[in-house]
Design a protein around this ligand. Structure first.
Ligand code: GLA
Length: 357
């Protein structure tokens, strides 16, 4: 067989066991139709909507391990990015502005003086164009127009979700632009591998010798700080609750963990970023990514005011996020890996959530 065909045959067998079914999820307040897709492969099932590319449920062995809502209405109401596809710039941009090619761009201030997760109406609140792929994958595309939320350039974004035969939810991001812009894409799933209660007993490992300390507004100072000797050292499996209340300036600023870890890697190779284990169920999830960083957030701002699936109250630290990303405020930090996307360049990024057990 021709080598290229052999390679394609291997790729298509990676998701050979995936079944994809779709249905209506409702309408936005402007009347746009929204769809919902269920991907099933072996013991993993993912439900994804084209409203904000949100992962509505993710089941491993029948247990739903992500927070969210039963209906579209929940997602249309104010909520902290449950399951969302975040962009054009995930996480924060300091003072809600940046300079590119000598031009100052202002983006919306929606987090004190800063801009968070793409502004007032980021990618998480847009209806994406869906396409069911013949191999059981789901493709979502969105054209973010020049000037949308203050960002320059018509930016075309494609995100593909697959469930692989190896128990992985694989998310592949691609983007291009017709004018220089900045881009940082992530998924904001809130995980609880037990399916209920808090996440303080989850054991976490992060493949990172450094993290990026922040100021009061959670903007990185620019320093890469060694984790050694701090509550930020997750190089060996450690209970999330073991040190979260330590008298540490960074923990106080984040009201818990809400920081970017600098992954130990040379370039943009796919490498393991995190391993999360929940002792009572024995469930283990790994996070693999081509991105240089990961935001580990312990749901510090969840306050019990939101009722989710089945009327469940989502309290403080009832879930955690592992958001693969470029570092926060990179547009204003020339020493951080670049987030600039120029015409003719192809932005590509992959993140995998893998259920090992
Ligand atoms: C990210 C941020 C947090 C918070 C959540 C959403 O994880 O780093 O500070 O804004 O999103 O509530």
């Amino acid at each position: 067989m021709d080598k290229r065909w052999a390679a394609l045959a291997v790729i298509s067998t990676m998701h050979a066991g995936t079944k994809l079914v779709s249905g209506d999820f409702g309408k936005t307040r402007e009347g746009a139709l929204v769809r919902i897709y269920t991907l099933t492969n072996n013991s993993v099932e993912a439900t994804i909507t084209n409203y904000g590319g949100r992962v509505v449920s993710l089941k491993s062995g029948g247990t739903d391990v992500v927070l969210g809502f039963d209906s579209l209405e929940g997602y249309l109401n104010d909520n902290p990015y449950f399951g969302a596809l975040v962009g054009r710039y995930a996480n924060r941009i300091g003072h809600a502005q940046f300079t590119l090619n000598g031009v100052l761009y202002k983006v919306p201030k929606n987090d004190g003086d800063n801009s968070l997760h793409g502004g007032l109406r980021g990618f998480d609140k847009r209806v994406w164009t869906p396409r069911e792929l013949p191999d059981g994958g789901l493709e979502l595309t969105y054209l973010s127009k020049d000037g949308e939320e203050g960002y320059p350039g018509n930016c075309k974004v494609t995100v593909i979700y697959h469930l692989t035969d190896a128990g992985e939810l694989k998310i592949e991001y691609a983007a291009s632009t017709d004018k220089g812009t900045v881009i940082n894409l992530t998924n904001h799933a809130y995980f609880n591998l037990k399916g209920s209660g808090d996440i303080l007993g989850h054991m976490l490992t992060l493949t990172a010798d450094h993290f990026t300390p922040v100021d009061r507004g959670l903007i990185p100072t620019g320093v890469l700080k060694p984790v050694a000797g701090t509550p930020f050292d997750f190089r060996k499996p450690t209970a999330i609750g073991a040190r979260i209340e330590h008298n540490d300036e960074q923990l106080k600023l984040g009201k818990g963990y809400d920081h970017n870890w600098v992954l130990n890697k040379k370039g943009s190779e796919l490498s393991i970023a995190a391993r999360l284990e929940e002792p009572s169920s024995g469930r283990v999830m790994e996070v693999w990514t081509t991105e240089p960083g990961i935001q580990f957030y312990t749901g510090n701002f969840l306050d019990g005011s939101i009722k989710g699936k089945g009327g469940k109250v989502y309290g403080r630290r009832s879930a955690l996020c592992l958001e693969t990303q470029h570092f926060p405020d990179s547009p204003n930090k020339p020493r951080f890996p670049s987030v600039v996307l120029r015409p003719g360049m192809d932005f590509k990024s992959t993140t995998i959530y893998k259920f090992v057990r």
